[in-house]
Design a protein. Sequence first.
Length: 225
Amino acid sequence: MPTAYDAPEVLDRREGPNGEVVLRRHGELLQIIANGCFLMDTSDGRSERLLVDAARDTLGGRTRPDLLIGGLGVGFSLAHAAADPLWGRIAVVERERAIIDWHRAGPLRDLTQQALTDPRAEIVEADLVEYVNETSDTFDALCLDIDNGPDWTVTEGNHSLYSAGGLASCARVLRPGGVLAVWSAQPSPEFEETLRNAGFHQVRTEEIPVARGVPDVVHLAVRPG
């Protein structure tokens, strides 16, 4: 494991449509940094696995449900979903070409190579905000992991996704009874209230234990049938 004195090694640095994206190695860990903001690394993946499993469990026995994942990141959510035979189609929306490249032929390839050969899985290169507004596809579950949470977005444009209007667009791509699951670095009672005001039912928050500090959480909500 890296120490506080290790200097991270930059493996790739790109300018994308939304600013700078960096992949770096810190000891054994790979880290993604966007516009100077730490997004995620390969240290654990527990949060991403819980995000996917919580959505699946909330669906409650639906046969071969289709899953939409917002954000590829280091690939934990995709890999975990593809390892579960319960899921049907698994679509991942990622707006950064650099991150997609790092998975297809770069340092993150080992984490998702098997998932990307699964015929159920596909990567859609698109901005999630635009995708949920424009696509004609619908899914049984939508897992969002594109920010550090509703109150801590990576880019200013993402704020709209967590508003009443943005949540209405999320509901639009969900089938009746579909589940929205949103990862967050901290609890947000205000976001829970926004979910209810946007018409979602069964709103709740599940905590993810961490070694220290405020727990990570997954916000869960169901589109009415």
